[in-house]
Design a protein around this ligand. Structure first.
Ligand code: PLP
Length: 262
């Protein structure tokens, strides 16, 4: 039996709802073989992040190299990258290999407010990683950091998407889940060829949304690995995350996880 392979370069969530754990569970659900390179270990549960322990840069590089030297990786995703050093090392390492579709989830801050990306590392992400991205998946607060804009209206979202494309990403999906709209979850896609569309699903009222961003980006990566076009992969990932939020799990005492086997 053959199977498509995907790689996630991200942080570990001991609580199992976000990070590497969410990515691997999502890949499995999509029938894609998941490989991983850990960038940081977090001591975490549904209440929040209690500690962050970065992996030494050599260890991150060695993991990515071990995977890329052996597997034909069809799509790669980055999540929590934590530091400038890790971002720079991954960007230059990926350039050594034939191009692989790259999904960047620009993870910055956990729901509880803990930093998953050092502030000084934002510049390295903009200069070194975004230019090699196939697609980047910011939520509104992350898009505000990347563009320096205050994003409120639909026009703001479109303008911010253009700025992010000008940083060098081939495409961007602006996730609307942080907007104060209780009726619908509206995401905006735009790419460097001028294609754009909005995807809307009904708002799901739940506090159990831990790992939503990771799961969405992992699903997108999985569908790309399976050979879907970028716009089809985005649409499938949107349906996947909608189902995962609708079926989210009431486990733990804080924000429960979205359901990866939805
Ligand atoms: N922990 C890790 C390792 C992550 O990669 C992420 C998300 O990107 C989070 C925590 C944050 O998850 P949430 O904000 O959905 O709770």
């Amino acid at each position: 039996m053959t199977v498509k392979v995907a790689l996630t370069i991200a942080g570990s969530d001991s609580g199992g709802g976000a990070g590497i754990q969410a990515d691997l569970k999502t890949f499995q659900e999509l029938g894609v073989f998941g490989t991983s390179a850990l960038t940081a270990i977090t001591a975490q549960n549904t209440q929040g992040v209690h500690g962050v322990y970065p992996v030494p840069v050599e260890g991150v590089v060695a993991q990515v190299r071990a995977v890329l030297d052996d597997f034909e990786v069809k799509a790669c995703k980055t999540g929590m990258l934590f530091s400038t050093e890790i971002i720079m090392a991954i960007a230059s390492l990926l350039e050594e290999y034939p191009p692989i579709p790259l999904v960047i989830d620009p993870v910055m801050i956990a729901k509880g407010g803990q930093s998953l990306l050092l502030q000084e590392a934002v510049q390295a992400m903009k200069e070194n990683l975004i230019p090699i991205a196939t697609i980047i998946t910011p939520n509104i607060p992350e898009a505000e950091v990347l563009t320096g804009m205050k994003i409120v209206t639909d026009e703001d979202i479109q303008e911010a998407a253009q700025i992010i494309i000008e940083l060098g990403a081939r495409a961007v999906i602006m996730k609307g889940g942080h907007r104060n709209d209780v009726l619908e979850a509206k995401d905006y896609y735009a790419d460097c060829e001028g294609q754009s569309f909005t995807m809307t699903t009904p708002w799901v009222q739940t506090k159990d949304t831990h790992g939503t961003g990771c799961t969405f980006a992992a699903a997108l990566t999985g569908f790309i690995a399976k050979g879907y076009s970028l716009s089809d992969a985005v649409a499938e990932a949107k349906q996947f995350i909608q189902a995962a939020i609708e079926d989210s799990l009431r486990i733990g005492s804080g924000h429960g996880p979205t359901n990866h086997w939805a």
